[in-house]
Design a protein around this ligand. Structure first.
Ligand code: IPE
Length: 257
């Protein structure tokens, strides 16, 4: 089983509220189908989630009543985005069902927890693909909180026998410094614990909450002896398909020890 997280920067234009990258998503869905691999997809929220969440400080949890309509709006927008992605998956021949994370999970001080795994397991056993996404989720202590697609990916990777986690973004991988400002920036094709001390901590990547350091930490947390974790550029046609077919592609790979 492979988990693919489609980042918000690839499925949407992160600077333009509710701008869906339909053609890119349609192509990626076809690449996933063509690979023949057993896959679970998680997607980010992109401009369907981040813009309003930031404006109303939703990640601080409940602060005042002015946030409540914003919570509803974000949940409406992320479900809309998810439906558009499901349409592309179904058109590509993948029987996918959108599962809002708040219907399966809850949070406790921003830690994602699941009460009952059975519904998601039943779907997977039947050959249905549950698709979950970054969203606002009820938090027992904070009222509500942002649940990122990365957190969902991490939880699903623990639930299922996952041999590979792939983050699809609009960058070739992680660099040792910012490639936009440093012409000598080098792609880190492999990362491990020592990489963290070598990277310039200031680098930010649009798609990545917490910057490069955060992404490296997430990837290292998720990989194990049996599971590698890869960041790949989905804007390059065919690259995800090649990776899924086991070919060598430009990417950043975290391998467990
Ligand atoms: C963010 O989820 C969820 C909200 C802002 C509501 P992600 O962190 O997974 O989304 P992307 O991939 O950065 O867009």
């Amino acid at each position: 089983m492979i988990i693919i997280k489609l980042g918000g920067s690839i499925i949407t234009d992160k600077t333009d509220y509710r701008k869906f990258n339909k053609d890119v998503v349609a192509r990626l869905c076809k690449e996933i189908k063509e690979s023949g691999q057993k896959v679970i997809i998680v997607h980010g929220a992109g401009s369907f989630g981040h813009i309003i969440s930031k404006r109303f400080k939703l990640n601080e949890g409940y602060v005042d009543d002015a946030q409540i309509p914003a919570v509803a709006q974000v949940c409406y927008d992320t479900r809309d985005l998810s439906s558009m992605i499901i349409k592309e998956l179904i058109d590509a021949g993948i029987p996918a069902i959108s599962i809002p994370p708040g219907s399966a999970f809850y949070m406790e001080d921003r830690i994602l927890r699941i009460e009952d795994e059975s519904v998601i397991r039943m779907m997977v056993e039947k050959g249905l693909m549950p698709v979950m996404f970054g969203d606002v989720v009820q938090d027992k202590n904070l009222g509500f909180a942002i649940c990122s697609g990365d957190q969902i990916t991490e939880l699903l990777a623990k639930m299922f026998d996952v041999e590979r986690v792939i983050f699809v973004s609009d960058i070739d991988g992680l660099f040792d410094s910012d490639p936009k400002t440093d012409p000598n920036a080098e792609l880190l094709s492999k990362i491990d614990k020592d990489t963290l001390s070598a990277v310039n901590t200031d680098i930010s990547v649009d798609d990545v909450t917490g910057g490069v350091r955060g992404k490296i930490e997430t990837m290292l947390d998720m990989c194990s002896k049996e599971r590698d974790c890869i960041l790949v550029n989905g804007m390059v046609e065919g690259r995800l398909l090649s990776l899924l077919k086991g070919e060598d592609v430009i990417c950043t790979r975290a391998e467990g020890e």
